[in-house]
Design a protein around this ligand. Structure first.
Ligand code: GLN
Length: 304
Protein backbone atom coordinates (compact mmCIF):
# COMPACT_ATOMS: atom_id res chain seq x y z
CA UNK A 1 0.00 0.00 0.00
CA UNK A 2 1.32 3.49 -0.80
CA UNK A 3 1.92 5.97 2.02
CA UNK A 4 -0.92 8.27 1.00
CA UNK A 5 -3.52 5.47 1.15
CA UNK A 6 -2.02 4.24 4.41
CA UNK A 7 -2.38 7.67 6.05
CA UNK A 8 -5.99 7.87 4.90
CA UNK A 9 -6.73 4.41 6.26
CA UNK A 10 -5.08 5.24 9.60
CA UNK A 11 -6.88 8.60 9.85
CA UNK A 12 -10.20 6.82 9.43
CA UNK A 13 -9.35 4.26 12.08
CA UNK A 14 -7.88 6.72 14.58
CA UNK A 15 -10.94 8.94 14.23
CA UNK A 16 -12.87 6.09 15.87
CA UNK A 17 -11.21 7.08 19.15
CA UNK A 18 -12.60 10.63 19.11
CA UNK A 19 -14.78 11.25 22.15
CA UNK A 20 -12.54 9.15 24.40
CA UNK A 21 -10.15 11.87 25.54
CA UNK A 22 -10.30 15.42 26.86
CA UNK A 23 -9.26 18.69 25.27
CA UNK A 24 -6.83 20.64 27.48
CA UNK A 25 -8.81 23.34 29.23
CA UNK A 26 -6.32 24.86 31.68
CA UNK A 27 -5.51 27.38 28.96
CA UNK A 28 -9.02 28.79 28.36
CA UNK A 29 -8.46 29.57 24.69
CA UNK A 30 -7.40 25.98 23.97
CA UNK A 31 -10.68 24.65 25.37
CA UNK A 32 -12.48 26.31 22.45
CA UNK A 33 -10.83 24.08 19.84
CA UNK A 34 -13.07 21.71 17.86
CA UNK A 35 -12.36 18.28 19.45
CA UNK A 36 -13.29 16.42 16.25
CA UNK A 37 -10.29 17.57 14.28
CA UNK A 38 -7.78 15.00 13.07
CA UNK A 39 -4.87 15.61 10.73
CA UNK A 40 -1.71 13.80 9.74
CA UNK A 41 1.21 14.74 7.48
CA UNK A 42 4.42 12.97 6.51
CA UNK A 43 7.48 14.47 4.79
CA UNK A 44 10.54 12.71 3.46
CA UNK A 45 13.96 14.24 2.75
CA UNK A 46 13.50 13.53 -0.99
CA UNK A 47 10.60 16.00 -1.04
CA UNK A 48 7.75 13.49 -0.91
CA UNK A 49 4.83 14.72 1.17
CA UNK A 50 1.57 12.95 2.05
CA UNK A 51 -1.27 14.05 4.28
CA UNK A 52 -4.74 13.11 5.45
CA UNK A 53 -7.64 14.79 7.24
CA UNK A 54 -7.21 18.29 8.67
CA UNK A 55 -3.50 18.43 7.82
CA UNK A 56 -3.69 22.01 6.57
CA UNK A 57 -5.56 23.47 9.55
CA UNK A 58 -3.33 25.50 11.91
CA UNK A 59 -3.34 24.42 15.56
CA UNK A 60 -1.53 25.57 18.68
CA UNK A 61 1.77 23.70 18.66
CA UNK A 62 2.34 24.31 22.40
CA UNK A 63 5.19 22.14 23.70
CA UNK A 64 6.26 20.95 20.25
CA UNK A 65 7.89 24.40 20.12
CA UNK A 66 10.34 23.18 22.78
CA UNK A 67 12.18 21.09 20.17
CA UNK A 68 12.78 24.14 18.04
CA UNK A 69 13.80 26.46 20.85
CA UNK A 70 16.17 23.74 22.06
CA UNK A 71 17.68 23.66 18.57
CA UNK A 72 18.21 27.45 18.68
CA UNK A 73 19.67 27.30 22.20
CA UNK A 74 22.10 24.55 21.16
CA UNK A 75 23.13 26.69 18.17
CA UNK A 76 23.82 29.52 20.62
CA UNK A 77 25.28 27.79 23.67
CA UNK A 78 26.36 24.33 22.44
CA UNK A 79 27.07 21.83 25.21
CA UNK A 80 27.34 24.64 27.77
CA UNK A 81 23.54 24.48 27.87
CA UNK A 82 23.84 21.32 29.97
CA UNK A 83 25.36 23.26 32.83
CA UNK A 84 21.89 24.68 33.38
CA UNK A 85 19.58 21.81 32.35
CA UNK A 86 19.65 18.02 32.78
CA UNK A 87 18.98 15.29 30.24
CA UNK A 88 16.94 12.76 32.19
CA UNK A 89 13.24 11.94 32.08
CA UNK A 90 11.47 13.79 34.86
CA UNK A 91 9.00 11.13 35.98
CA UNK A 92 6.74 13.93 37.18
CA UNK A 93 4.30 16.39 35.63
CA UNK A 94 5.68 18.76 32.99
CA UNK A 95 4.84 21.75 35.14
CA UNK A 96 5.93 20.36 38.51
CA UNK A 97 7.56 22.68 41.05
CA UNK A 98 8.60 20.09 43.62
CA UNK A 99 11.39 18.47 41.63
CA UNK A 100 12.87 21.85 40.77
CA UNK A 101 13.30 22.66 44.43
CA UNK A 102 14.76 19.26 45.26
CA UNK A 103 17.26 19.59 42.42
CA UNK A 104 18.39 23.14 43.24
CA UNK A 105 16.87 24.90 40.26
CA UNK A 106 18.36 22.65 37.56
CA UNK A 107 15.43 21.34 35.48
CA UNK A 108 15.58 17.63 34.66
CA UNK A 109 15.36 18.15 30.89
CA UNK A 110 14.66 20.82 28.25
CA UNK A 111 11.12 19.58 27.54
CA UNK A 112 9.52 20.08 30.93
CA UNK A 113 8.33 23.65 31.38
CA UNK A 114 11.14 24.66 33.75
CA UNK A 115 13.75 23.39 31.28
CA UNK A 116 12.03 25.12 28.38
CA UNK A 117 12.01 28.40 30.32
CA UNK A 118 15.79 28.15 30.77
CA UNK A 119 16.12 27.41 27.03
CA UNK A 120 14.04 30.49 26.23
CA UNK A 121 16.18 32.52 28.63
CA UNK A 122 19.37 31.42 26.82
CA UNK A 123 17.90 32.55 23.50
CA UNK A 124 16.71 35.85 25.00
CA UNK A 125 20.17 36.62 26.38
CA UNK A 126 21.76 36.26 22.95
CA UNK A 127 19.14 37.57 20.51
CA UNK A 128 17.62 41.00 20.84
CA UNK A 129 14.25 40.24 19.26
CA UNK A 130 13.97 36.63 20.44
CA UNK A 131 10.29 36.32 19.54
CA UNK A 132 10.81 37.70 16.07
CA UNK A 133 13.88 35.52 15.51
CA UNK A 134 12.00 32.39 16.54
CA UNK A 135 9.19 33.22 14.12
CA UNK A 136 11.71 33.80 11.33
CA UNK A 137 13.45 30.51 12.19
CA UNK A 138 10.18 28.57 12.12
CA UNK A 139 9.07 30.19 8.86
CA UNK A 140 12.38 29.25 7.28
CA UNK A 141 12.18 25.66 8.50
CA UNK A 142 8.67 25.02 7.21
CA UNK A 143 8.94 27.25 4.16
CA UNK A 144 5.71 29.05 5.03
CA UNK A 145 5.90 32.79 5.71
CA UNK A 146 2.22 32.77 6.64
CA UNK A 147 2.65 31.08 10.03
CA UNK A 148 2.26 33.29 13.07
CA UNK A 149 1.64 33.48 16.80
CA UNK A 150 -1.99 33.11 17.85
CA UNK A 151 -2.21 36.19 20.06
CA UNK A 152 -5.49 35.05 21.66
CA UNK A 153 -3.80 31.85 22.87
CA UNK A 154 -0.69 33.74 24.05
CA UNK A 155 -2.82 36.24 25.99
CA UNK A 156 -5.00 33.48 27.42
CA UNK A 157 -1.95 31.73 28.78
CA UNK A 158 -0.34 34.95 29.94
CA UNK A 159 -3.35 35.77 32.08
CA UNK A 160 -3.78 32.26 33.55
CA UNK A 161 -0.22 30.87 33.54
CA UNK A 162 0.46 31.31 37.23
CA UNK A 163 2.26 28.02 37.54
CA UNK A 164 4.65 28.89 34.73
CA UNK A 165 5.18 32.29 36.36
CA UNK A 166 5.96 30.51 39.61
CA UNK A 167 8.48 28.26 37.81
CA UNK A 168 10.17 31.26 36.20
CA UNK A 169 10.51 33.10 39.51
CA UNK A 170 11.69 29.93 41.18
CA UNK A 171 14.40 29.47 38.54
CA UNK A 172 15.44 33.07 38.99
CA UNK A 173 15.69 32.57 42.75
CA UNK A 174 18.16 29.75 42.10
CA UNK A 175 20.16 31.98 39.75
CA UNK A 176 19.16 29.89 36.71
CA UNK A 177 17.36 32.66 34.81
CA UNK A 178 19.34 35.63 33.50
CA UNK A 179 16.46 37.72 32.21
CA UNK A 180 13.42 39.10 33.99
CA UNK A 181 10.82 36.35 34.53
CA UNK A 182 8.17 38.49 32.76
CA UNK A 183 10.34 38.79 29.65
CA UNK A 184 11.07 35.06 29.52
CA UNK A 185 7.42 34.19 30.13
CA UNK A 186 6.25 36.48 27.33
CA UNK A 187 8.61 34.76 24.87
CA UNK A 188 7.66 31.32 26.21
CA UNK A 189 3.89 31.91 25.95
CA UNK A 190 4.34 33.13 22.39
CA UNK A 191 6.43 30.16 21.30
CA UNK A 192 3.73 27.84 22.69
CA UNK A 193 1.08 29.86 20.85
CA UNK A 194 2.63 29.37 17.41
CA UNK A 195 -0.17 28.26 15.10
CA UNK A 196 0.99 25.75 12.49
CA UNK A 197 -0.62 22.94 10.51
CA UNK A 198 0.50 19.29 10.49
CA UNK A 199 2.16 19.96 7.12
CA UNK A 200 4.04 22.98 8.56
CA UNK A 201 5.22 21.04 11.62
CA UNK A 202 6.27 17.96 9.64
CA UNK A 203 8.25 20.18 7.26
CA UNK A 204 9.81 22.10 10.14
CA UNK A 205 10.93 18.88 11.83
CA UNK A 206 12.40 17.33 8.70
CA UNK A 207 15.97 18.43 9.49
CA UNK A 208 15.82 16.06 12.47
CA UNK A 209 15.28 13.17 10.06
CA UNK A 210 17.97 14.44 7.71
CA UNK A 211 21.14 14.75 9.78
CA UNK A 212 20.52 18.41 10.64
CA UNK A 213 20.16 19.65 7.06
CA UNK A 214 17.02 21.29 5.69
CA UNK A 215 16.40 19.23 2.54
CA UNK A 216 14.46 21.96 0.70
CA UNK A 217 17.39 24.41 0.71
CA UNK A 218 20.41 22.27 1.62
CA UNK A 219 21.00 24.61 4.57
CA UNK A 220 22.58 23.07 7.66
CA UNK A 221 20.47 23.88 10.74
CA UNK A 222 22.70 22.08 13.26
CA UNK A 223 25.63 19.66 13.11
CA UNK A 224 24.62 16.02 12.60
CA UNK A 225 25.67 14.89 16.11
CA UNK A 226 23.32 17.51 17.62
CA UNK A 227 20.46 15.99 15.62
CA UNK A 228 21.17 12.63 17.16
CA UNK A 229 21.10 14.22 20.61
CA UNK A 230 17.85 16.13 20.12
CA UNK A 231 16.20 12.96 18.80
CA UNK A 232 17.50 11.03 21.82
CA UNK A 233 16.03 13.62 24.16
CA UNK A 234 12.69 13.44 22.36
CA UNK A 235 12.77 9.67 22.78
CA UNK A 236 13.31 9.76 26.53
CA UNK A 237 11.55 13.00 27.53
CA UNK A 238 9.33 14.13 24.63
CA UNK A 239 5.97 12.71 25.64
CA UNK A 240 5.64 13.78 29.27
CA UNK A 241 5.90 11.07 31.86
CA UNK A 242 4.58 8.38 29.56
CA UNK A 243 7.68 8.35 27.35
CA UNK A 244 8.18 4.67 28.19
CA UNK A 245 4.71 3.66 27.11
CA UNK A 246 4.98 5.86 24.03
CA UNK A 247 8.29 4.24 23.06
CA UNK A 248 6.78 0.80 23.58
CA UNK A 249 3.76 1.54 21.43
CA UNK A 250 5.13 3.91 18.77
CA UNK A 251 8.89 3.46 18.81
CA UNK A 252 9.81 6.88 17.41
CA UNK A 253 11.44 9.97 18.95
CA UNK A 254 8.57 12.43 19.36
CA UNK A 255 7.47 15.64 21.01
CA UNK A 256 3.87 16.28 21.94
CA UNK A 257 1.99 19.39 22.97
CA UNK A 258 -1.20 20.02 24.94
CA UNK A 259 -2.77 21.42 21.77
CA UNK A 260 -2.98 17.77 20.65
CA UNK A 261 -0.13 17.79 18.17
CA UNK A 262 2.74 15.28 18.07
CA UNK A 263 5.88 15.54 15.93
CA UNK A 264 7.66 12.21 15.40
CA UNK A 265 10.75 11.46 13.34
CA UNK A 266 12.51 8.43 11.97
CA UNK A 267 16.10 9.52 11.25
CA UNK A 268 16.99 8.96 7.61
CA UNK A 269 13.38 8.34 6.64
CA UNK A 270 10.66 10.83 7.52
CA UNK A 271 9.09 13.37 9.85
CA UNK A 272 5.46 12.87 10.73
CA UNK A 273 3.02 15.17 12.48
CA UNK A 274 -0.41 14.22 13.82
CA UNK A 275 -2.98 16.47 15.40
CA UNK A 276 -6.09 15.57 17.33
CA UNK A 277 -6.98 17.85 20.27
CA UNK A 278 -8.36 15.28 22.72
CA UNK A 279 -5.66 14.16 25.14
CA UNK A 280 -5.17 10.95 27.09
CA UNK A 281 -4.55 10.84 30.84
CA UNK A 282 -0.87 11.66 30.42
CA UNK A 283 -1.48 14.67 28.18
CA UNK A 284 -0.63 13.20 24.79
CA UNK A 285 -3.09 13.23 21.91
CA UNK A 286 -5.21 10.09 22.28
CA UNK A 287 -6.04 9.47 18.62
CA UNK A 288 -2.71 10.97 17.55
CA UNK A 289 -0.71 8.44 19.56
CA UNK A 290 -2.84 5.61 18.21
CA UNK A 291 -2.32 6.85 14.65
CA UNK A 292 1.46 6.86 15.12
CA UNK A 293 1.29 3.39 16.64
CA UNK A 294 -0.72 2.11 13.68
CA UNK A 295 1.76 3.73 11.29
CA UNK A 296 4.84 2.09 12.79
CA UNK A 297 3.06 -1.26 13.18
CA UNK A 298 1.83 -1.35 9.58
CA UNK A 299 5.01 -0.10 7.95
CA UNK A 300 7.44 -1.87 10.28
CA UNK A 301 9.34 1.44 10.39
CA UNK A 302 10.57 2.56 13.82
CA UNK A 303 13.89 3.18 15.54
CA UNK A 304 13.56 -0.25 17.12
N1 GLN B 1 1.98 26.33 27.15
C1 GLN B 1 1.81 25.10 27.87
C2 GLN B 1 2.24 25.27 29.31
O1 GLN B 1 3.25 25.84 29.54
C3 GLN B 1 2.59 24.04 27.18
C4 GLN B 1 2.44 22.74 27.86
C5 GLN B 1 2.56 21.56 26.96
O2 GLN B 1 2.23 21.55 25.78
N2 GLN B 1 2.99 20.53 27.59
O3 GLN B 1 1.61 24.83 30.22
Amino acid sequence: MDTQSLLEEIALEARGLLGGGRVADYIPELARVDPDRFGMALCRPDGEQCSAGDAEVPFSIQSISKVFTLTLALQIAGDKLWQRIGREPSGSAFNSLVQLEQEQGIPRNPFINAGALVVTDVIGSRLRDARGKLLEFMRGLCGNDGINFDEAVAQSEQSTGHRNAALAHFLRSFGNLENAPETVLDAYFHQCALAMSCIDVARAGLFLANGGVLPSTGERVIPAPMTKRINALMQVCGTYDSAGDFAYRVGLPAKSGVGGGILAVLPGHFSLCVWSPELDASGNSLAGTRALELFTMRTGLSVF
